[in-house]
Structures are given as structure tokens and as C-alpha cells.
Design a protein. Structure first.
Length: 190
């Protein structure tokens, strides 16, 4: 699959089989991520691959983040929701937490480090698609919570910038649509 076809045909697909994904396929996805551009060649990405029972730690952390600040009574009332949080990582056989661990060099802008990791995520999504895998990228407040930094041993500037769920697709995705490029482009010629 050429890159333009991959870009145009890739879709987030969260309905996946629980069939094990070979480690060599995951290694190819990770390798693709490392070829993203990074300013000053810092390569700030960090990958945490969770499979099998390894996904349970993530679920526990997600539930703990949701439960934070709840009274014991509220935790009892919301027990079903807390259990649902624990099960989220189990919806795909592979979950990759993609984090930025920014360089502490003065010349390096932290925002650029995060940008490099976002580019790494896009490479990974395209690679998964090219390998016939379904992938979807989840973000949100739980990703940026200090408990995630603790779980993955990240430094004070580190951030989990997304969770990529990967498996074999259970459905075909519909064709995507975007605004015409002319609607979002301004040419400046003089």
C-alpha cells in the first residue's frame, strides 16, 4: 500500500477481534513511529506495549483517576462505571501508551517534543493500517493525569499523549470525507 492510499483509506476502527497480534507486526508499528521527525533529533517518544494481563494495570489506573475525589458512597454508587473503566484496555488485544519524554536541553522547546510524538502516533496508525490491522487512538484527561506518569515512570514534563488500541478488524470502515483542501488553504504568493 502506498502512503497516499494509506492516508486516504485509514480510519479509526475500535471494533476488533481478540485474536493475538504477532509481536513482529507490533514491532513494525513501533519502528514506523521512530521514523517521525523530531527537532534537534531528540526522539522524545516512549512506547509502552500492553498485552494480556499487562493491560490490567492501565485499567486500574484509569479507574483510580475517575474515582479520584469521590467519597466512599459515591464510589459505591458509581461502581459499575469504575468497573467499566477497568475493562476499557481489554477491548483490544494490544494497547500501546505513547508518551513524550521531553529533552531537558535548554535549546529544545517542549511543545516541539510533543509535536514529534504526535507525528510518531500518525506513523504508527498508518503502519498498522498498511499491515491490515485496525487501530484507534484515544486521548483525554486521563492520559495527562499524574497517575499515568507514575504508571509509566515518566518525568515531570513527560505526558502520555495517547493510547493506541490495535487488533484485527471485525468490520470494514466506510469511506471518509474531508473538506476540500481549497477551503482550508491560503496561498501567499507575494
Amino acid at each position: 500500500m502506498d502512503v497516499l492510499t494509506a492516508i486516504h483509506s485509514r480510519r479509526s476502527n475500535g471494533l476488533v477481534e481478540q485474536t493475538e497480534v504477532p509481536e513482529d507486526a507490533i514491532a513494525q508499528v513501533l519502528e514506523a513511529g521512530t521514523w517521525a521527525p523530531s527537532h534537534h533529533k531528540t526522539e522524545p517518544w516512549r512506547y509502552f506495549v500492553m498485552t494480556g494481563d499487562g493491560r490490567k494495570q492501565l485499567g486500574e489506573a484509569m479507574a483510580a483517576i475517575v474515582a479520584e475525589g469521590m467519597t466512599p458512597e459515591e464510589k459505591m454508587e458509581k461502581q459499575k462505571n469504575l468497573e467499566k473503566q477497568k475493562e476499557k484496555p481489554m477491548r483490544a488485544p494490544v494497547v500501546i501508551a505513547v508518551a513524550a519524554e521531553p529533552s531537558e536541553e535548554e535549546r529544545v522547546d517542549t511543545l516541539e517534543e510533543y509535536g514529534a510524538v504526535y507525528a510518531s502516533i500518525q506513523n504508527m496508525l498508518l503502519a498498522a493500517h498498511a499491515l491490515g490491522l485496525a487501530a484507534f487512538w484515544r486521548t483525554g484527561a486521563h492520559c495527562y493525569h499524574p497517575k499515568m506518569n507514575e504508571l509509566f515512570g515518566l518525568g515531570w514534563q513527560g505526558k502520555v499523549l495517547g493510547l493506541i488500541y490495535i487488533g484485527y478488524p471485525m468490520r470494514e470502515m466506510k469511506e471518509g470525507h474531508r473538506k476540500p483542501v481549497e477551503q482550508v488553504t491560503t496561498w501567499i504568493r507575494e
